[in-house]
Design a protein around this ligand. Structure first.
Ligand SMILES: [Zn+2]
Length: 241
């Protein structure tokens, strides 16, 4: 029985180490995923703005082309003025010229508006690109850290799993099942030492008779409060004396 208890203590310490490694890795994948999402949003912002910039550039050159065409039309009308044969015809051509002038002026104001928007957007794109680059740097360093951690912990994890396997094979199935049942129910902690005459899991004070019994390490004792397996650890009790 002493050996079984010692093996259970060893198994518990290996299981704790394994859980620690897994929890270390646990946070980084989440951070990397979050940065990946932010990076995609930032990238989309830049490409949306660039698309809007392009649309404005197309609109600007369309307007400029139309202004040129209107100017040609105006020239044509102005030449016509020299060859009109009646006042009515003169008035009609003059009205056409006025109308063309209005169109030209509308389009010129629109071009000025677009020039302002292009300036504004160019600045916005610069800022958005800066945000993107900053996120990219953060993402890269987190991703590298995660890859490194995975590489590191993979080895440790494999080693621990191997050790756990070996020790589990030494423990009788009945005791191993008890250990696993308590471990799953009690947040990973199934075997606890007696500390200052109390349960090391729930800190419930233990009767002196029970402490003496546990100290013998020749029987499985469960804490009456938390149900964990109580063991005696000479080192811990030397330290707290
Ligand atoms: Zn307890």
């Amino acid at each position: 029985m002493q050996q079984i208890l010692k093996d259970l203590v060893e198994l518990q310490s290996l299981d704790i180490k394994l859980a620690e490694i897994q929890s270390l890795r646990g946070d980084l994948p989440h951070q990397v995923k979050e940065l990946e999402r932010e990076l995609a949003v930032a990238e989309k912002k830049v490409s949306d703005s660039e698309k809007r910039l392009q649309d404005f550039q197309v609109e600007k050159s369309n307007n400029e082309r139309e202004i040129k065409e209107l100017e040609q039309k105006k020239d044509k009308y102005q030449k016509q003025l020299f060859s009109v044969k009646s006042n009515r015809e003169y008035d009609a051509v003059t009205m056409e010229i006025e109308q063309v002038n209005t169109f030209i002026s509308d389009k010129e104001s629109r071009v000025l508006e677009i020039i302002d928007k292009l300036e504004e957007l160019t600045k916005t794109i610069e800022d958005e690109k800066q945000v993107f680059e900053k996120l990219k740097g953060q993402y890269k360093s987190k991703k590298d850290a995660l890859d490194k951690k995975i590489k590191e912990t993979e080895k440790d994890e494999a080693y621990l799993n191997d050790q756990i396997d070996k020790i589990q094979r030494k423990i009788p199935p009945r005791h191993l099942a008890l250990y696993k049942r308590i471990k799953n129910a009690k947040g990973g902690l199934a075997v606890v030492p007696v500390v200052r005459k109390s349960c090391g899991g729930c800190y419930k004070n233990l009767p002196p008779q029970k402490v003496l019994e546990i100290r013998k390490m020749n029987q499985i004792h469960l804490c009456e409060v938390c149900g964990r397996i109580l063991v005696w650890d000479e080192k811990i009790n030397e330290e707290v004396k």
